[in-house]
Design a protein around this ligand. Sequence first.
Ligand SMILES: [Ca+2]
Ligand SMILES: [Ca+2]
Length: 372
Amino acid sequence: MRKMLPVISGRNPVFLLCLAGVCISNCSCIESGQRADFYVDQAQCKALTRSRLLVEMPEICPTPDGMALDSEGNIIVACPNYADQSQPAVLMKIDRNKQVRLYCRVPTHPETGVACPMGIAFGPDGDLYVCDNQGWVEANDKGRILRLRIRNGQVVKTTVVADGMAHPNGVQVHKGKVYVTQSMMPKVKTDQLTSAVYRFDVDDVNIKVNNTLDDANVLIAIKTLNMDCQYGLDGIVFDSKGNLYVGNFGDGTIHKITLDSQGKVTSNRILAKDTCMRTTDGICVDAADNIYVADFSENAVCRVTPAGDVQVLARSGDCDGSKGGLDQPGEPIVWGDKLVVTCFDMVTGPDKVNTGHDEPYTIAYIDMNEIK
Ligand SMILES: [Ca+2]
Ligand SMILES: [Ca+2]
C-alpha cells in the first residue's frame, strides 16, 4: 500500500519556507552576498517576447519539472507530483504532434512508497538517469539517483546509482559520468547554505551518499550567499566545449566551471548575475552555447550569452498558465525552434510571483524566432 506523504503546506514550516526560497529571517546580509534589494523592479526589465501554451498536462502531472529529449526527439517530462501526492510519480511523453501520453511510472522508494523525479537525463545507452528527490516535501536523506531501462512504457530494469541523498535536483550525463546537483546539504554546518555537484560513473551501483563534504563523489561545493533565499545549486548543463554550468538558485547566478582532461576542476567563476534575474532554476543550452534559465521566482525565462550578458526573454504575472503564461517556470529545453518550459506552479511566498497552484497544469514555449 502506498504511504502518503503529507501535503506541502502546514508541515515543518521553517524547512518549507527554505524550500520555497522565501525570507527565512530578516537578517542583515553580508556585503558580498545577494539580497532582495539587489534586484530591480521587474517592470524595468523589458522582455523580448511572450510565452505561449505548448500543452496542458493531464491530472497525473500537476507539477511538471525536469525534461529530456529521447532518441526520437520526443520530450520526456518528469512529474514528481508534489502538488498531489495521491498521484503516482510518472514520466510523460510529448511527441512532435504535441500529443501527451504516459511514458512510464517511476519506481517508488521502498520506505516512503513514493517517487519524486525531478531532473532527468539520458545516458549513452539510452537508459534514463533520474533524480528522485525524496527530501523535497519533507527533509530526509532518502534521495536517490535511479537508472531506468524503459521499454514500451515499462521500466524493465531499475538500478540505484546512488542512495541516501539529501536533495538531488538536476542531472546531466557527460563523457561516461553522471553529474548531479544537490541543492541543500543541511548536514554541512556553514553560516550560509552549502550545496554541491556530485559526480558518479554511469555504471555506479548503490553508492552511499552521506551528504557531507567528505563524500568521495563531491566534485565541487558552493555556498549560497543570499540569506533571503537559502537554496543552492539547481540547474546543470554542459556546453559544446565541455564546460559545466550550474545555477545557484538563491543567488540568481550562473557558475561556469572548467574541467581538465582528467575531470578535475580547474576553475569556477560566476558567469552571470543580473538585476533582472532573481533565481536560477533549470537551465539548458542551445547550439551556440547560449544558456536559458528558468527564473522560478519571477515567472520569467532569461538567456545568458557565452559572454555572460543576461536578457529577459519572457515574463508573466501571476497566472494559471491557461493562456500560455509562465506559471512558475521550472526548466527550459530547446525543441526545434521552440524553447519549451515546464510550469511547476507550486511554491508560493512573498518573493514569488506565483500565488497559488491552479489548473490547468501547463507547459509553455517561447518561439525562438522571436528572440534572435
Ligand atoms: Ca497552473
Ligand atoms: Ca499558478
